[in-house]
Design a protein around this ligand. Structure first.
Ligand SMILES: *Cc1c(COP(=O)(O)O)cnc(C)c1O
Length: 371
C-alpha cells in the first residue's frame, strides 16, 4: 500500500470557484481576494485580515508593521521552519533562539525571560503541529517587558485557546496556505490583527508600498493615480489562489473533523506503546502534524519508506542549519530539549483524505518497526 505524506483535500468546489475566477477575466488580486479576506476574518473573529502569497511574506510584513529595527532581537523557538528566523534577518535584526517544551514541542515560556535584553522587541511563538502555545504566559511576559507578540500560526487553522479563536490572541497572527497546510491553496498566507495601523502597513507593503490596492486602478471606480509611500514588496495573492482559499475555508470544519478522527485512531493504537505529543485540555489543536518520538528515528523513516509510507521530520532546529549557526554563533548545548526532540521525532501521514485502511496500515507498520 502507498501512503503519501500529504495529499490536498479538494473537490469540485475548488474547480468551480477557480473557473469563476478565470472566466471573470481578472485573475490576479481582485474581488475573490477581498471576499476570501472577508470570510477569513469572519471565521477568526479578527478585525483585519491581509492576504499574501505566503506565511513567510506575512511574517516579514508583520515585523515591518511593528517597526522592527536593525540589531533588535526577536525571540523565536529553535524548533521551527526556517521562515520564522529568515524574516528576522531581512531587517538585520537578530533571531534569538529559545528552547522548547519536551511534551508539546512548543516554545517553553519559562525559558523566555532569561533571553530578554534591552534590545528585545518581539516574541514569535510557533504553534507546533497545530497546538497553540501558552499564550497567556507569553502575553504576560510581553506586557511586562513591553514587547510585541507575532504568532507563527502556519500550522494552526483552526485552533482554539481557552475558547478563543486563533487569529485574535496577539498583535499579529500569520497563517500559511502552503500545499501541505490545513488550508491549502498551493502557496498563500494571511495576517490577522486588531490594529488598524498594522493592517494598513501590511496592505500597503504587500503591493510595492503603493498607497492603495492597485487592482482598483483598473476597475470602473478606480483611477490611474497612485503614490508609493513605503519600500514595499510584491507579496499579493491572486484571485485564482483566493478561489481555492474560499473553497477550502468552506470545508475547514469537515477537514478538521477528519484530521481529529485520524489522530484519535493513532492515539488509541499507540497508547502505552509510543511517545506522543501531550495535548493540553484548555485548547484545541488543528491536528496539522502527528508526531511520535522513537529511538530509531532515521531507521524507522527508511523502514516505512520500504513499506510505501512517507514520513517526515519537523523540524531540523534553526541552530543546526549552517548559515544560521555560523552567522549567529548558536551553540548546540544551549538547546538540549530541542536536540533530543529532533533526534527522536517522526511525523506520520495525517490528512483529511486518508482512508481507514491507510491509517490502519501506518499504525501496523509503525508498531512493527519502531523501537
Ligand atoms: C510552512 C511554515 C511556514 C512558511 O509558510 P509559507 O506559506 O510556505 O511561507 C512558516 N512557519 C512554519 C512553522 C511553517 O511550518
Amino acid at each position: 500500500m502507498e501512503v503519501p505524506f500529504h495529499r490536498a483535500y479538494t473537490t469540485d468546489r475548488e474547480k468551480e470557484l477557480v473557473a469563476e475566477a478565470i472566466d471573470s477575466g481578472w485573475i490576479t488580486m481582485g474581488p475573490k481576494t477581498i471576499l476570501f479576506e472577508e470570510k477569513f476574518k469572519e471565521y477568526c473573529g479578527a478585525k483585519y485580515a491581509v492576504s499574501m502569497n505566503s506565511a513567510t511574506a506575512a511574517l516579514h510584513l508583520a515585523l515591518k508593521a511593528i517597526g522592527i529595527k536593525e540589531n533588535e532581537e526577536v525571540i523565536i523557538p529553535t524548533n521551527t521552519f526556517i521562515s520564522t528566523a529568515e524574516v528576522v534577518t531581512y531587517f538585520n535584526a537578530i533571531p534569538v533562539l529559545c528552547d522548547i517544551d519536551y511534551k508539546t514541542h512548543n516554545i517553553d515560556p519559562e525559558k523566555i525571560e532569561s533571553l530578554i535584553t534591552s534590545k528585545t522587541r518581539t516574541i514569535i511563538p510557533v504553534h507546533f503541529g497545530g497546538q497553540i502555545c501558552d499564550m497567556d504566559e507569553i502575553n504576560t511576559i510581553a506586557k511586562k517587558y513591553n514587547l510585541k507578540v507575532i504568532e507563527d500560526a502556519a500550522h494552526c487553522l483552526p485552533g482554539f485557546y481557552k475558547g478563543r479563536n486563533v487569529g485574535t490572541l496577539s498583535d499579529i497572527t500569520c497563517f500559511s496556505f502552503y500545499a501541505t497546510k490545513t488550508l491549502a491553496t498551493g502557496e498563500g498566507g494571511m495576517a490577522t490583527t486588531e490594529n488598524e495601523d498594522y493592517s494598513r502597513s501590511m496592505k500597503i507593503n504587500r503591493l510595492h508600498g503603493i498607497s492603495r490596492d492597485a487592482w482598483d486602478r483598473y476597475t470602473a471606480n478606480g483611477s490611474w493615480y497612485y503614490e508609493v509611500v513605503d519600500n514595499g514588496n510584491k507579496y499579493n495573492t491572486t484571485d485564482i489562489n483566493a478561489a481555492l482559499g474560499i473553497a477550502q475555508l468552506e470545508k475547514l470544519e469537515l477537514m478538521h473533523e477528519k484530521r481529529k478522527a485520524i489522530a484519535g485512531k493513532y492515539d488509541r493504537a499507540f497508547a502505552e506503546k509510543m511517545e506522543m505529543l501531550t495535548l493540553k485540555t484548555d485548547r484545541v489543536s488543528s491536528y496539522h502534524l502527528y508526531v511520535i518520538k522513537v529511538n530509531n528515528r532515521n531507521e524507522l523513516i527508511e523502514l516505512l519508506k520500504k513499506e510505501g509510507i512517507s514520513a517526515s521530520v519537523h523540524f531540523i532546529p534553526v541552530h543546526m542549519h549552517p548559515y544560521y549557526r555560523e552567522r549567529y554563533m548558536y551553540r548546540r548545548e544551549d538547546y538540549p530539549v530541542a536536540n533530543r526532540v529532533f533526534e527522536r521525532s517522526i511525523s506520520l501521514p495525517i490528512y483529511p483524505g486518508m482512508s481507514e485502511e491507510q491509517v490502519n496500515y501506518v499504525t501496523e507498520k509503525v508498531l512493527q518497526h519502531a523501537r
